[in-house]
Design a protein around this ligand. Sequence first.
Ligand code: MN
Length: 352
Amino acid sequence: MRTRIKELREEIDRINRELLGLLAERGRIAQEIGRIQTALGLPHYDPVREAEMLDYLTRENPGPFPNETIKHLFKEIFKASLTLEESEDQKAFLYSRKRHPEPTVVEAGPARFGAEKLVIAGPCSIESRAQMEETAAFLAKKGVKVLRGGAFKPRTSPYAFQGLGEEGLRIGRDAARRHGLAFVTEVMDTRDVEMVAEYADILQVGARNMQNFALLKEVGQAQKPVLLKRGMSATVEEWFYAAEYILAQGNDQVILVERGIRTFEKWTRNTLDLSGAVLAKQETHLPVVVDVTHAAGRTDLLAPLARAALAAGVDAVHVEVHPNPLVALSDNRQQLDFAGFERFLEAIRDLL
Ligand SMILES: [Mn+2]
């Protein structure tokens, strides 16, 4: 009897080898189908074809496995084949680290995103020359290399302060130049891209515009780095695809910003998705920034969140700083004053 078990097991081993060979052959054919589908712009998943295959297999099932088991086993094979086809596609994306293993370095003024740890700081909105001059002078003294400030503000209410427009751009650029800083500011409208690019070192696409595809294409044609914020309800994949829009236009200077996503939590303005930021580092070759101000919406969490982000490997943190946050025209409860920023910087110093 024992020798019989041994014989039968040898038989099973032989069948396993054959199954393995057949699976490999099936996988290679699926990959070839996948490549053709990609070239034709067809989806890989075809539910009708899958239902037909399952129908056929259950009709022809000779037993002893019941139909449900056969269906279950083959569905797993279908799923594995689909994953193969999709991972082939991943290699084709311009953002993908599979295609571009070396990290991209984005240079703007004195800053080298991806090659050094950076802090982006400045007020939410540009309000006056005095405000920007005072902020730029302070930040430069503290070793910050990138000054932020909004001249066009996407406000939730149409009656809230909308920004100073081109005058604000001039103020921001002048303050940045005087203190040797790079200047990053948001562009909201395709019609403004050329004008904003004349003043800014980095064009910011805000969270509310992450899927404004016309704007993505327009900044993709600008000769300036682009800071792409993740939409507040965007998946990681949608965020990467938004970056792909810019890269596909020929602009390879893209910086990704995680700024918190909408969840059910109310004690923070948004929920910082640190795993999204880490995924962005792993899956793409682009520099990654974590915007702690908009993620938390409260100043007491800024330093711990920035420490976590830097320890997790992101390239920069973004924080709003205002000479007098209480009178700021936007986001006044979440901006740091100068003393607060000094404490923030001290708290993250060892990770920069
Ligand atoms: Mn803000």
